[in-house]
Design a protein around this ligand. Structure first.
Ligand code: PYC
Length: 316
């Protein structure tokens, strides 16, 4: 049987999986990461599904394409995708891609720049394997707005941007525990549907497609524990870097976290990102830096059989 081959390296960043495509991606031509993402979406969406969806992947898998950068000062372009579509930015995926490129001998310790569809980010690969990501500008757009959900009454929260759009739940308080994954998922899906119905959106009409819930930390030294619902209904096993960036933007706007102070965000599985921020000179938002660790879990070749009726994956 004839197969198309796609070479991948899998890793997890604080529990959340990243699958970097090393070889076998479609030719997306030149241009910015945003241009090339649009070409992938328009012309090769089945490639996305083939790489991350079952039977080769699963709902929590985030895929990453590494491409030629526009600027000679950047190490690469990164394009992120999941079980249902594309992400503007992905911090855990950037950490996973950094560790993967280092594993391949393509990146050394120190500071590097990546181009993403929503702007450039800088990474620092530290001795010992931790990676810090200086993210895109992050900010709160709407403070403490109420939405009427179908099954959980009125829910209040902030709409904020950290490279993706988040609704950060303020009320009602939830017990954030891995024993409550089913209930937390149902609550967050209900909230996201209510946001859609109410027409609450991010800038330029962007869908608020991630919902973030906070509770008491269990880990020593952590400031908060979160549950993050991703667009395709998987929950983030890591504390979600862009979600932590959105949280930090809200804390900064509320005067609850000073510039340079460290925020320790525990994830639903007990892993952690550390984050801090610097203010943007024009005062509009903050530049958060998030630090976490990734581990390589597999080097593999995906085989895509020409006669396999599910060769392009099972759509989520
Ligand atoms: O770490 O930014 C992140 C992320 C976004 C979606 C899943 N992880």
């Amino acid at each position: 049987m004839e197969h198309t081959r796609i070479t991948i390296i899998d890793s997890h960043t604080e529990g959340e999986p990243t699958r970097v495509v090393v070889d076998g991606a479609p030719d997306l031509g030149g241009g910015s990461a945003a241009d090339r993402l649009e070409r992938l979406r328009r012309e090769h969406d089945n490639f996305r599904s083939c790489v991350v969806n079952e039977p080769r992947g699963h709902d929590a898998m985030v895929g990453t394409l590494v491409g030629e950068p526009l600027s000679s000062e950047s190490a690469a372009q990164l394009i992120f995708f999941n079980n249902v579509g594309y992400l503007g930015m992905c911090v855990h995926g950037t950490i996973g891609a950094t560790v993967t490129l280092a594993h391949l001998g393509r990146l050394q310790l120190g500071r590097h720049r990546f181009e993403t569809p929503v702007g450039d980010v800088a990474v620092e690969l530290h001795t010992g394997g931790a990676v810090s990501v200086e993210n895109v500008r992050s900010y709160r757009l709407i403070e403490n707005v109420s939405v009427a959900t179908s099954h959980h009454g009125t829910v209040k929260g902030d709409v904020a941007y950290g490279g993706n759009w988040f609704f950060l739940v303020n009320e009602p308080e939830q017990v954030v525990s891995s024993r409550r994954l089913t209930d937390l998922t149902a609550f967050a899906v209900d909230v996201r549907q209510a946001l859609r119905r109410s027409g609450i959106r991010g800038d330029e009409g962007a869908e608020v497609d991630h919902v973030e819930i906070f509770g008491l930390p269990e880990r020593d030294g952590a400031d908060s524990k979160n549950f993050v619902l991703c667009p395709g209904n998987a929950y983030d096993r890591s504390p979600c870097g862009t979600g932590t960036a959105a949280k930090i933007a809200c804390l900064a706007a509320d005067g609850k976290l000073a510039e340079g102070q460290t925020w320790h965000q525990e994830s639903i599985i007990g892993s952690q990102f550390e984050g801090s921020y610097r203010v943007v000179p024009d005062g509009n938002g903050v530049i958060p830096t998030l630090t976490g660790r990734a581990w390589i879990t597999a080097e593999a070749t995906l085989l895509v059989g020409r006669e396999d009726p599910l060769s392009m994956g099972i759509a989520s």
